[in-house]
Design a protein around this ligand. Structure first.
Ligand code: KG4
Ligand code: ZN
Length: 370
C-alpha cells in the first residue's frame, strides 16, 4: 500500500509518502518521501506557537509541499523561506501516482491547524486520488509507532521488539506512560496532571531568556555546565515516590521560578543559567526515567520504547538506554529526526489504524486521547 501522510497539528507542516506492507503484527515500512516545513522562525519572536499564524502557514505550505513531494525524491527539511523560493520550481503533476490511503492527523493539537490538514486531505483525494481512502489518524499514535520507521542500525525495529513493552511518550503537549501487550493492544498507565515535559522545558527556557523551542536550548546550555563548577542546585522531583504512574511538572517549573526570583539573572549570569538548566533537566529526567523503570519492573517489560519530541534529548535517551541495558531490557527509539512532528509517522499510524479497522471521525479533535 502507498500512503500519503499529512501532519498539521502544531507548528510543522509535513507530507510523506510511505510504502507499507505486511500484516498488522509485523508491518514493514519504507519512507519514499518526507517533506517538513518548520514554522519555528515564524513563532520564535512570540516565544511560542501562535495558533492563527500557524493556521495561515499550514494553508500556504500544504499546496507547495504537495507540488514538491511529487516532483522530488529525497528527504528534505525546508524552512518557510526555502519554500517561498521553491515556488517557481516546476513540479510534475502527481496524476500518475497511485495512493491507497491518505492518512491525516485529526487530533490532538490546535484545532484550526488540524482543520487545514483535514480540508486539504479531502481536496487532494477528490482531485488526484479518488480511489484512495481517507484515514483520520491520531497524532499520538504517530509518536507511539515512530520506532517502526526504518532505522540504519536496526533493520526493522519490529524484528527485535519483544513484548510486553513500556513506552514513555514525551512531547510538547503530552507525557504518557503506556503498557503495550502487543503492537496494537495497549493501555495508558499514567500521564501528566499538569504541564507536559516538553512544555516544562519550554517554560523554563523562557525564564532563562532562551528562544523557543526551549527543549534543545536547555539541553545545549546544560552541557556547558563545567564539571569543575562544584556548585549544584537540587530542584524537587514531583510525584517521584507516588505509587501511580502519573507525572507533574508544574511544581518543578515553579521551583525554578522561585530560585530565579531569589538569584536574579544578570547579563553576566552565564554560569548560573547553565547551572539552572542542568539542574532542571536532571530533575525532569530523574522523574521520567524512574517512573518508566518502575513500570517496566512491575509489568515485566522486555522492551522500553521512548518517543515524542523530548526523546530528542540525548541525556534522556542515553540514561534510559543505559538503565534498560542494566535491567536486560531492549531499548528502542526512532532516530531523533523522526521524533519531532512529521508526516511519515502519521502515515504508519494511519496504516495501523486502517488495518485495525479503527475509525476516527473526519473532524478536528484538539483533545483526542491515545
Ligand atoms: O513531539 P513534538 O515535536 O511536538 C508535540 O507533539 O508536542 O515535541 C515538541 C517538544 C517541545 O516542547 C520541545 O521543546 C521539545 O519537544 N524538545 C526537547 C528537545 N527537542 C525538542 N526537549 C528536551 N530536549 C530536547 N533536545
Ligand atoms: Zn507531536
Amino acid at each position: 500500500m502507498k500512503i500519503l501522510g499529512i501532519e498539521t497539528s502544531c507548528d510543522e507542516t509535513s507530507l510523506a509518502i510511505v510504502e507499507a506492507r505486511g500484516e498488522i503484527r509485523k508491518p514493514e515500512f519504507n519512507i519514499q518521501k518526507l517533506l517538513t516545513a518548520s514554522q519555528i522562525e515564524t513563532h520564535r519572536p512570540f516565544g511560542g506557537v501562535v495558533p492563527n499564524l500557524a493556521k495561515i502557514e499550514h494553508a500556504n505550505n500544504l499546496p507547495l509541499l504537495f507540488g514538491k513531494i511529487f516532483g522530488i525524491s529525497k528527504f528534505e527539511s525546508l524552512n518557510p523561506k526555502q519554500i517561498q523560493n521553491s515556488k517557481n520550481q516546476p513540479t510534475k503533476k502527481p496524476t500518475n501516482q497511485k495512493i491507497d490511503i491518505v492518512a491525516v492527523t485529526v487530533g490532538p493539537g490546535l484545532e484550526p491547524c488540524l482543520w487545514q490538514g483535514i480540508e486539504f486531505a479531502k481536496k487532494i483525494q477528490n482531485e488526484h486520488f479518488p480511489k484512495a481512502k481517507i484515514v483520520p489518524t491520531n497524532h499520538l499514535h504517530g509518536h507511539m509507532y515512530s520506532f517502526l520507521l526504518p532505522q540504519k542500525n536496526l533493520q526493522s525495529a519490529i524484528c527485535n521488539l519483544q513484548f510486553p513493552a513500556i513506552q514513555l511518550l514525551v512531547s510538547g503537549g503530552h507525557t504518557i506512560l503506556i503498557y503495550m501487550k502487543s503492537l496494537t493492544e495497549y493501555r495508558k498507565l499514567g500521564e501528566t496532571r499538569d504541564d507536559a515535559a516538553g512544555e516544562a522545558f519550554d517554560k523554563v527556557a523562557r525564564m532563562l531568556g532562551l528562544p523557543y523551542p526551549g527543549g534543545p536550548e536547555i539541553e545545549r546550555l546544560a552541557k556547558t555546565k563545567k564539571p569543575s563548577n562544584q556548585k549544584t542546585i537540587t530542584f524537587p522531583r514531583p510525584m517521584l515516590h507516588d505509587k501511580n504512574y502519573d507525572f507533574s511538572f508544574s511544581g518543578l517549573k515553579t521551583a525554578v521560578l522561585y530560585y530565579l526570583r531569589d538569584n536574579p539573572l544578570t547579563a553576566k549570569s552565564y554560569k548560573l543559567k547553565a547551572l539552572v538548566a542542568a539542574a532542571f533537566q536532571k530533575a525532569a529526567i530523574d522523574v521520567l526515567v524512574t517512573k518508566t523503570l518502575r513500570a517496566a519492573k512491575e509489568y515485566n517489560a522486555k522492551s522500553i520504547i521512548l518517543s515524542g519530541g523530548v526523546a530528542r534529548n540525548q541525556a534522556l535517551r542515553s540514561r534510559l538506554r543505559q538503565v534498560s541495558k542494566v535491567n536486560g531490557q531492549m531499548f528502542i527509539s526512532a532516530p531523533p529526526k523522526y521524533q519531532g512532528d512529521n508526516a511519515a509517522m502519521i502515515a504508519i499510524a494511519g496504516y495501523i489504524t486502517y488495518m485495525k479497522k479503527k475509525k476516527y471521525p473526519q473532524r478536528a479533535n484538539g483533545s483526542l486521547d491515545i
